[in-house]
Write a protein of this length. Structure first.
Length: 301
């Protein structure tokens, strides 16, 4: 059975592991993200050479990743943007390489082995310090004309636009929840975390409770919009917030209010949580690699 060396590039750490072609993660570890492009390429190559059984290198990366392997946009790892990362890694490792956007990798993992398996049209919405996700169209990741498919966080929720704070990421991310709760409590945002806000709300804190109600309402508005934009079979929610047991129930409560108010809207979004979290990007990168090979007739370019 073929095995692939998979990497998930993050701002602080790079996760890596050996993934079998059936989706089993055989082993995994992480390393600190190197401070330069040369160091990154060399470290990845050293890990690949250590696992000489690898059939290829699958990489999950922040940014807008082109088919050629150039990563556009910006991220917490600035040196990966601009060079042809795919070409550099192939030259250094001597192995075929596949690179994809991290949110698309998370969606691909769900499509392969998770909550989207067997479905054709799905949206995944990953909620963290921002909001991103993936569009699954006809059973495949849809990247879009400008490589921005799934960048739901740029969506505007109201017409009072006075800068970046009008976008969904700045209104309904967990970072936005913390910022809102801190403002209500008149404390600095760094003194709180998403977990702390929920903990205080559960203990009866009215400010945190109100911030959470607003958080769920704004999430519901965005998800309502996505349902009518794409009409997916299901919308999967990922990110740390997806671990909360009553997440879907609480968002559905806000959707009930919306559907009662906007009587033209009769289609309820079918919500579920992503199955994979910690290692989703490793699995999804390998799934993307395998699909890419199938499309290209077994040859990775």
């Amino acid at each position: 059975m073929k095995e692939y060396t998979a990497f998930d590039i993050g701002g602080s750490f790079i996760k890596y592991g050996i993934v079998k072609e059936n989706g089993d993660l055989r082993e995994h570890d992480k390393m600190q993200t190197p401070e330069s492009l040369d160091a990154l390429i060399q470290r990845i190559s050293a890990i690949v050479q250590t696992h000489s059984v690898s059939a290829g290198v699958a990489v999950s990366s922040p940014g807008a990743v082109s088919e050629e392997g150039i990563i556009y946009g910006s991220s917490a790892v600035p040196y990966i943007h601009g060079p042809n990362m795919k070409q550099l890694l192939q030259e250094e490792t001597g192995m075929p390489v596949f690179i994809e956007n991290d949110a698309n990798c998370a969606g691909s993992a769900e499509l392969w082995k998770g909550s989207a398996k067997g479905r054709q049209d799905v949206l995944t919405v990953v909620i963290g310090t921002g909001i991103g996700g993936a569009v699954i169209k006809d059973g495949k990741i849809h990247k879009g004309a400008n490589l921005h498919g799934g960048e739901f966080g740029y969506m505007l929720l109201h017409d009072s636009v006075s800068g970046n704070d009008a976008v969904w990421s700045r209104l309904a991310s967990t970072k936005a929840l913390v910022k809102n709760a801190a403002a209500k409590k008149d404390v600095e945002p760094h003194t709180l975390s998403g977990e702390k806000v929920f903990e205080l709300a559960d203990s009866g804190d009215p400010d945190c409770g109100q911030a959470i109600e607003e958080f769920y309402r704004l999430l519901a508005i965005g998800l309502y919009n996505l349902q009518y934009i794409y009409d997916p079979e299901v919308i999967l929610i990922g990110g740390g917030i997806s671990a909360r047991e009553n997440l879907v129930e609480r968002i559905n409560e806000k959707l009930d209010n919306l559907l009662d108010t906007v009587t033209l809207g009769t289609i309820r979004p079918d919500l579920a949580v992503c199955e994979f979290r910690q290692h989703a990007n490793l699995l999804g990168a390998v799934h993307g690699f395998i699909q890419n090979l199938e499309v290209r007739g077994g040859v990775s370019s």
